[in-house]
Structure formats: C-alpha cells, structure tokens
Design a protein around this ligand. Structure first.
Ligand SMILES: Cc1cc2nc3c(=O)[nH]c(=O)nc-3n(C[C@H](O)[C@H](O)[C@H](O)COP(=O)(O)OP(=O)(O)OC[C@H]3O[C@@H](n4cnc5c(N)ncnc54)[C@H](O)[C@@H]3O)c2cc1C
Length: 417
C-alpha cells in the first residue's frame, strides 16, 4: 500500500520503519527540518516499563492542589486554562479512580514490556549504536517515600518485573557518585531497565527506514485532513492534495487539530516538561545510568558525555515560555544528588517539550473509524518507552494481522468521541 505518515517524532519514525519493513511504500511528512525536533528531542530517555503508568492516579488530585501552593511542586496548573483543558481535567479526574487507574496502568505496561523487547530486537538486528546505559535506581529520600511506593511495587511484582529494594549503602554501590549530603532512606533497583537517547535512535532508525525505501519530506506543514478526501494530504500553505491508500496520524499534540475536520474529537492535552543537558565535568561525579528522585519525580541520567536532568508536569501555558521555577527545581535535584557532575557555566541545553497526553493514560493505536485513516498518538510521558511496540502493533493492524499483544483498551472507541 501507498501509506502517508504525518509527523516524524519517535512515533512517526518507528511507524515508518515497521510499515516499510512490511513492504509498504511509505512517505513521511514533517513540518520541521529534521526528525525528532519536538517532544522526542530531549526527553529523559527512560525505558522503564514497570514505572510506566497513567498520570491519572488516586491521590493525584490532592498532589495537584498541594503543588499549587508550592513553587517546587512536581506538577502545576498554569492559569488561565482553556475550555478544552478544563474538559480534559474533568475526564482526567474521572480516570483517577483506583480501578480505572489500575486497568490503564496494566494496558500501558503490557505495551511497554512488548516495546522494550522490540527495541532490543531492532537495536541488535540493525546494529544500531546510540547513547544508552543499563539499569535504573529509584531514590527514596525518607521512610515515608518508601511506604508510598509499596502499592506500585506490588503491581510490578504481579507483572513479573525485575526489581530489588536496596538500602542506602547498596544504592551508593550501584551509583557511587550519589552525594552523601542528601538524606537517602533506600532505593528500588531496576536492573533490566535502561536510559537511552531517543533522538539519536530516531535519527538512526529513519536512515534504516530510508534504506527500505521510505521517503521523508521535511519542512512540510500538513493541513488538517479533509472530510471529502481524508486519505489525501495537502500543505497548510496550500498545495494540490496527494492521495494515499492510507494515512497514519503520528503528529503528537498537533494530531487533535489535524483530525478534527473528520469529526474526531481526540482529547489530547499538552503536559509540558523541561530538561537540562550539560557536559559532564568529572565522570566520577556523574551518574553511571539513570536515577529517579521519587519525591520530586525528576530523573537524572547519563547521556554519553552529558548528564540530563528532566521532569516537571504543567498543564496550561505555552511551549515557548520556560518556567524558571521548574528549571530551578531541576538544578536543585541535580545538585542534591550529583553536585559537581556537570559544567553549568557554558554549553547547557535547556529544553521544554509537550507530552501528548490523553486523560486516561494509554495511547490510541489503530483504526480511527474513518476508512484508511489510522492513529498512533497520545503516548504522554512514555512515548519513547512505548514507541517500538506501538509501531509494530499499528503495522500488524494495517496488514490485517493479529498484534503481538492484547489491544484491549488501546483503541479510539474508549474515548467516546
Ligand atoms: C520533559 C520530558 C521528559 C520525558 N521523558 C520521557 C522518558 O523518560 N521516557 C519516555 O518514554 N518518554 C518520555 N517523554 C515523553 C516522550 O518524549 C513523548 O511521549 C514522545 O516524544 C512523543 O512522540 P511523538 O512522536 O508522538 O511526538 P513528537 O516527538 O512531538 O512528534 C510529532 C511530530 O509531528 C510533527 N507535526 C505536528 N504537526 C504537523 C503537521 N501539521 N505537519 C507535519 N508535521 C507535523 C511535529 O513537528 C513533530 O515532529 C518525556 C517528555 C518530556 C516533555
């Protein structure tokens, strides 16, 4: 089939690869000048399937309210919120119920474990070499933090995920540069998990997809799909529409607006986050792999010769305005755990990205309900961890095959459009 993909983030690139490897004639259209220039650009890089889960969770409403009173809260609402953001919050609140949360978490983790296996297959068979390190340590500052993670550990145990609860001494043996000046009650060690550079992987896999015949068209800002010819694409600036046998929407947060003329109302919100990447000053003072500060929900990871600290979650505001308080918290947490690890005087990259987030958590993968229009979108805070599996699932569905995992709860029908 002649298939068009809109968007060359990690989701569009992995989808292009899988469809091209199934023998389809693939064209990818991207408004930016290169792949992975938006949310897939400088994310935390964590591939931690056992920690993947919806933002909608019991206790989150209280956390959100509490964070409004603190400048260092892990999550923030930025007033005024638009009408669609308020509607999204109402749906999100309903999905915070324990049963709904657990069901969505199980759906996301099933996809995440499948995705990690697919990522490893691609890495090995295509001999892809990108920045990656093995293992992740979840840092628990106090006994209270240790208690709060117990329900999550129960779920992880039930899902068969490998982990070990370790004391502070053992945590410091795993990550020897952890500062002794910051209180550490213990940690969870996830030895099979990893951190890796999402953008680098996307650029490498793009090249592999091209070697199978996929064509990438950059600086092509695609117009919203038309109801009269939903499988034809035209440029926003105006151009003749090019017809395809199928269109796959992978345009991250922009997907909702591109699909609206088809009568699809996808409740996608931008949940903004920040990252800071800096050159390592002294490797002995830097993390070996990834650590996650559970209390602040901030990760610090090794990215080759750089260290990257990432986190914060904001609803409302805009992509173009950095939040100084969020950045300050990133620097504080980096200093708490790895003082002196990075050169912060020069060459620091500060970045803000928009997580394409559905209110209940899981992405939508599969048919849109409009013949020939397919969806692979809404991966929220875990798009990198879910990308390779989501792309494989999408390609199997397009090819009329059964997917490698149970897809219950990952379709568009659950959103009651
Ligand atoms: C601070 C932060 C930390 C994160 N950490 C992690 C992590 O540790 N692990 C993890 O798994 N995930 C993480 N994420 C989430 C992850 O980055 C996203 O889920 C993922 O990048 C989404 O990929 P995407 O391809 O859907 O979107 P994008 O990367 O945004 O790609 C969408 C593409 O569509 C293009 N596009 C949009 N509109 C049009 C149009 N009209 N025409 C043509 N092209 C168009 C855009 O230019 C863009 O390139 C993090 C996110 C943030 C912000």
């Amino acid at each position: 089939m002649k298939i068009a993909i809109v968007g060359a983030g990690i989701i569009g690139v992995t989808t292009a690869w899988e469809l091209a490897s199934d023998g389809h004639q693939v064209s990818v259209f991207e408004r930016r000048g290169a792949a992975a220039e938006e949310t897939s650009f400088a994310n935390a890089g964590l591939i931690v399937p056992g920690q993947v889960g919806p933002w909608a969770a019991p206790g989150m409403r209280t956390k959100l309210l509490r964070s409004l009173l603190s400048s260092q809260g892990a999550i923030k609402l930025r007033w005024p919120l638009a009408g669609r953001e308020l509607r999204w919050l109402a749906q999100w609140q309903r999905a915070c119920r324990l049963e709904t949360h657990l069901a969505n978490r199980a759906r996301m983790q099933r996809l995440a474990f499948y995705s990690r296996t697919r990522l490893h297959e691609l890495t090995e068979t295509r001999e892809l070499s990108y920045e990656r390190s093995q293992g992740c340590l979840v840092l628990l500052r106090s006994r209270r933090d240790q208690k709060l993670v117990q329900p999550g550990l129960e779920a992880l145990r039930a899902a068969g995920g490998a982990f070990r609860e370790v004391d502070a001494d053992e945590a410091r043996r795993i990550e020897p540069a952890l500062s002794t000046d910051t209180e550490l009650a213990g940690a969870i060690h996830l030895p099979d998990d990893e951190v890796a550079n999402c953008r680098q992987f996307a650029l490498l896999l793009k090249r592999e997809a091209e070697s199978l015949g996929a064509r990438f068209h950059f600086n092509c800002d695609i117009a919203p799909l038309s109801r009269a010819a939903p499988r034809s694409l035209a440029l926003s600036a105006g151009s003749d529409a090019i017809p395809f046998d199928a269109v796959v929407m992978c345009a991250g947060v922009a997907s909702a607006a591109l699909l609206r003329p088809l009568g699809l109302r996808i409740p996608l919100a931008s949940v903004y986050g920040h990252s800071v990447s800096a050159n390592i000053r002294e490797p002995l003072n830097a993390p070996r792999s990834a650590v996650m500060d559970e209390r602040h929900q901030i990760s610090i990871s090794r990215m080759g010769l750089r260290v990257r600290v990432a986190g914060s979650a904001e609803l409302g505001g805009s992509l173009n305005t950095m939040n100084p308080a969020a950045l300050q918290t990133l620097y504080k947490v980096l200093h708490d755990w790895f003082p002196g690890a990075a050169t912060l005087q020069a060459g620091v990259q500060q970045w803000k990205g928009a997580r394409p987030t559905l209110p209940d958590g899981p992405p939508v993968i599969g048919p849109s309900g409009v013949p020939g229009v397919w969806l692979n979108l809404g991966h929220g805070a875990s798009g990198w961890a879910l990308s390779c599996g989501s792309a494989r699932v999408l390609a199997d569905l397009v090819g009329g095959r059964d997917a490698g995992i149970d897809l219950e709860g990952l379709g568009v029908e659950r959103l009651s459009l």
